[in-house]
Design a protein around this ligand. Structure first.
Ligand code: EPZ
Length: 473
């Protein structure tokens, strides 16, 4: 296990220790965030680059032999994992004062490392870039995770439609271009569901294919739009990104470019929800306001005052009315903010109904919030919440990235102190989370203990409700 000391220079914290050799973050399991409850937030919080954009942009850098410079890359364990995966196949990545220079000219084709890919679903998205650039790719199956089975059939079907021959052997997806062709063939693809990752995989694969590819029922997330902007800078011919039909005309080669990662709308939404939950007033910046429209609309509906000025959003939390949310593909309410919003609704005046339509097992925070005194009935993936006066601080373990954020919001709301474990999840997706909260006035510290809190797996109803998928608004 080799230690990679990653220095995340920011004004609050100098060093984040990440043990990256075996991708083992077990040291994080014994850490917790101690939170003194009933906190208030005040001030402006800097929003980092978007995790879910940076990860796919790193994968896209495989499409060129020229240098890609990525700015505003967040300092997260998921990013570190992706860097290690690219490093493992010969990509040279150099930090240059908060910019990442990526040079893939000396890449060698080999299977992506099993244990690294297994811990990072986004690394599977490299398959499209590797296949279209080199004619072959061997990528381990990404596996499921705590929020669902996370299938890849849309990725596979789309690549096969583009002319790939794919076999899955011993957990490895082996893809190569059929026959003795050098290029994939542009074609028409209609996704069965607007999968973000599949849309990204297939866009990357189509950039160097022969002819035109159309992707229908494509996902419209801002991170996909950010990918298309960077690919266009590299010389790709892409039309309609952000719509449900995307057209890609294959080109012979892609060049280098410099690209700045968009702000993380999920991080920004998490802070806005925390402010609403504590009747606080904060500003999040930089953001792209329309990326958060579904979230700010719901916060306004529940009683907060929202002001948008340029690339910043200011929220003034007031009373909290119970409101219903249905998660949906962009521009609907993002599934990644379902858990944090549920934490907010635990102390709302009145009732609310939270329906998770994207992932089958993304309600792992519900029983933990009930332990804190919330009043939530769960029927498969629908949570029926009766707002309570107060919830009480507890020691709890987050089971995935966004439920950990929800527990931290609950800890800030709660009467009394809480210790939230599961930081191996939290550090995947929130950069300097506790220092940003501390700077907003929350009493929160990271404790490096030696005990690991174990939370028994809570069995929700066996077969999750097949909630009808809500078409994006
Ligand atoms: C991306 O995951 C994000 N991750 C997720 O963020 C996000 O929650 C999700 O999109 C939805 O917005 C990254 O971008 C790295 P999907 P992805 O494919 O691409 C089904 C976070 O917390 N599906 O859009 O894996 C799937 O089962 C993470 O930051 C298939 O059926 O999500 C799910 O029900 C969590 N077949 C739905 O589509 C497939 O081949 C949406 O999944 C692929 C997906």
């Amino acid at each position: 296990m080799d230690l990679v000391w990653l220095f995340c220079h920011d004004k609050f914290k100098i060093l984040v220790l990440m043990i990256c050799g075996s991708q083992n973050n077990s040291h994080l399991k014994s850490q917790n965030l101690k939170i003194f409850g009933q906190g208030k937030l005040n001030g402006t919080v800097p929003i980092s680059g978007a995790k879910n954009s940076a990860l796919v942009l790193l994968a896209a850098s495989l499409l060129t032999n020229e240098t890609i410079i990525l700015e505003n890359i967040p300092c997260l364990t998921d990013i570190e994992k992706m860097r290690n995966i690219l490093n493992d196949i010969g990509v040279n990545l150099a930090d240059k004062n908060n910019r990442l220079e990526i040079d893939s000219k000396n890449i060698f084709i080999k299977q992506l490392p099993f244990e690294l890919v297994n811990g990072l679903r986004a690394s599977f998205f490299c398959i499209g870039a590797l296949l279209t650039k080199f004619g072959e790719a061997k990528v381990p199956l990404p596996g499921g995770c705590n929020i669902g089975s996370r299938p890849i059939d849309e990725h596979i079907n789309g690549l096969q439609a583009l002319g790939a021959e794919i076999i899955i052997e011993e957990g490895i997806v082996k893809a190569k271009i059929k026959g003795n062709k050098k290029k994939l063939n542009g074609t028409q693809i209609k996704l069965k569901c607007p999968s973000v990752g599949a849309t990204e995989t297939l866009i990357m694969a189509a950039t160097l294919a022969e002819g035109r590819t159309t992707i229908e029922n494509a996902a419209r997330e801002p991170e996909i739009q950010d990918l298309c902007i960077m690919l266009s800078k590299m010389g790709a011919k892409i039309y309609g990104s952000g719509n449900e039909k995307i057209i890609i005309d294959g080109v012979n080669k892609l060049g280098g470019c410099t690209h700045k990662v968009i702000p993380d709308r999920i991080e920004a939404g998490t802070f806005l929800i925390a402010a609403a939950a504590t009747s606080s007033s904060i500003t999040v910046s930089p953001v792209i306001p329309h990326h958060l429209e579904a979230v700010t609309n719901k916060l306004q509906e529940s009683g907060s005052k929202i002001t948008i000025k340029g690339n910043s959003i200011t929220i003034k939390g007031k009373e909290i009315k119970g409101v219903d949310i249905h998660t949906a593909p962009f521009p609907g309410f993002p599934t990644d903010l379902q858990a944090p919003f549920t934490a907010l609704m635990t102390i709302a005046n009145g009732e609310s109904e939270i329906t998770e339509t994207i992932f089958e097992d993304r309600m792992n925070h519900i029983h933990l919030l009930n332990k804190m005194g919330a009043s939530i009935k769960l029927n498969k993936n629908i949570a029926y919440i009766k707002g309570v006066e107060k919830i009480k601080g507890m020691d709890l373990v987050g089971s995935d990235l966004r439920s950990s954020a929800a527990l931290i919001i609950a800890g800030i709301i709660a009467k009394g102190n809480s210790k939230i474990y599961g930081l191996e999840h939290l550090d995947r997706g929130y950069e300097n989370f506790e220092s940003k909260l501390k700077n907003l006035g929350i009493k929160i510290t990271r404790e490096f203990g030696n005990k690991i809190l174990i939370e028994e797996k809570y069995e929700v109803n066996s077969e999750p409700n097949q909630v009808t998928r809500i078409e994006a608004a």
